[in-house]
Design a binder for this molecule. Sequence first.
Ligand SMILES: [Fe+2]
Ligand SMILES: [Fe+2]
Length: 308
Amino acid sequence: MEASMLEEVVQNPNPYPIVAELAYPDIWKLCEQARDLAWDPAKLDFSDLRTADIPQEVRLAGAEWWSLRAWMEHGATPYGAERLRDAIFGHQPFEVKQHVVNFIQEELRHHEASFRIADALAKYQPVPQSDYFKKIIPKFHDEKEERQMSFFAGMAVNTLFEQLSGELLQARYENAKFRSIREACALILRDEARHIQFGRIVMRRFFDQITEQDKEMLGKKFAKKLRGSLLNGVYAVVNLPEDERKRSARARALAAEYGLGATHPDHEVAIIAEGLAKIRADVAPWNVPIPPIPEVEGPTNGPARRAA
Ligand SMILES: [Fe+2]
Ligand SMILES: [Fe+2]
């Protein structure tokens, strides 16, 4: 073996102890469900989309929309990869590592189902056409921000977003008129329900050990990510620059009008507001203060204003 390779080996963190003893039966239950409810996007039949009698303009709008969904689902995988590394070298028990592996696998199959839909409608776009999306999408996952939080606190913040995207996905499922899109959305929703459940378990198990200061930081990070990136064209178009907002909103509106599993831009903010209200209620028992989100809740509806 070359000396330089040897150096690389010893630089790896110590993997021992590799914990096999079950510590969190509720997390293991999610792992069992994930195994029982596995599905294969390549086996879904998208022929109804290929043969649908819809204008080309609508096909292109739908392909853009489902490409965006594919990029977003893919955005969860680098985050998952970092957490898997943390879980392994943080000596987490087997069920925690298994959950993170499942999370990565599931987000990757949501990505796959989405690009297959885009392809069946017209063509999947591997790179966004707009410069704006090219710039903003790589910023969705900021590992520097993640590193400021403990492993479980960071996972809990992530699942708050799972909850919001679950609410939007539910609306998109209800919008879908095509069998294959409905089926894909239902299967994705079933996976997301487990991701949300994991967040609830984490909060229940770990949030009473977190300091008030850390809770404040969690709330701030949640608000920052929501406002800074997810309202910029992924969850909703409200924070996009004017010209991009109009173009993006038109494509979404068209996809929604034809029942391609999209949300109309005029309805997205209301859905997010409802989701946000549920999240505030969920984190209330642990006193995690989420700053007001004026784009979604209006300038006077945030808790800070209410308290004033
Ligand atoms: Fe997903
Ligand atoms: Fe998810």
